[in-house]
Write a protein that binds this ligand. Sequence first.
Ligand code: F6P
Length: 343
Amino acid sequence: MSRFKAKRIGILTAGGDCPGLNAAIRGVGKTAIVEYGMEVIGFSSGYTGLIYKQYVELKEKNLSGILTLGGTIIGTSREKPFKIVTDEDNDKPALIKQNYHDLGLDGLVCIGGNGTMKTAHLLSKIGLNVIGIPKTIDNDVWGTDLTFGFDSAVIIATEAIDRLHSTANSHGRVMIIEVMGHNAGWIALYAGMAGGGDIILIPEIDYSMSKVCAKIEERYRNNKPYSIVVVAEGIDHPKTMSAARYLSESIQARVDVEARETVLGYTQRGGSPSPMDRILATRYGAYAAQCIAEENFGNMVALINNQLSTIPLEEVGGKLRLVDYDNPLVIKCRKMGVSFGDD
Ligand code: F6P
């Protein structure tokens, strides 16, 4: 039987923030302290805190009252310690390893998206006991069915779409709403379906402007006085303007309608997590603490068919979970007359 017993662990949050990060920190921390008697520290600003030994002790009292808070109490950054740009960058992995040992850590929980998991894997390769927790509003982390942050973002985007219906109707306009998602169209697909979007444009499905305009014209011919277009920020468009602006200008140049755009931006990432995100983040956090206690390292916690499990970090990093062309929601939407700009 192994004599390993984790006594002290570190947590960090990296990449873009999202609702639920504090719930995950709390899930890891409380379980580690209460169930396993570990000490917990939180590194400041993602991998930056690990490189420069900037951290705070996380006691039970520091973990109280944070479940419902947006953002992350320990800060985040997009620091990539294995990316070498200057000579100084060469030392970052070595500094991290040194700090990890100096601080007497037995494990490290890295909470983040695809980039964070890639770095977590590299840290595990240089000998750190790492476990990853997937988060992002984009829901595009490979190897898990769901990331926390996504549900909250979909709720915010859906509410925005709901509000656009009445003003679109009053003016007989085309309303274009742009949501986040550079590579993955999950938020656009879910919020578009929940909010009754007429046209949903996502990076994974190539659209043509003539088909988008044909759908809008068809709606007017069928006495539908307005249209709602839900678009992910990452669709193909000139980078000099937002996707929504581009669509608005292009539609008005081709069809005799008024179009208006709304870019939802960071409102999708801020604020309190939804109940579902709180639950998922707490489950992931508690499970990550358990993984450390059980020496289950080099993995990312994942939700597969609503069951918690782990997947090797090696398989996660560098890949994206994208919307398939034949995703069941896409098919359902199409059968109800929603256009993805390709039909
Ligand atoms: O990865 C999450 C995300 O919110 C994307 O949807 C968005 O495109 C990106 O982060 C924005 O990144 P940043 O916070 O660096 O501006």
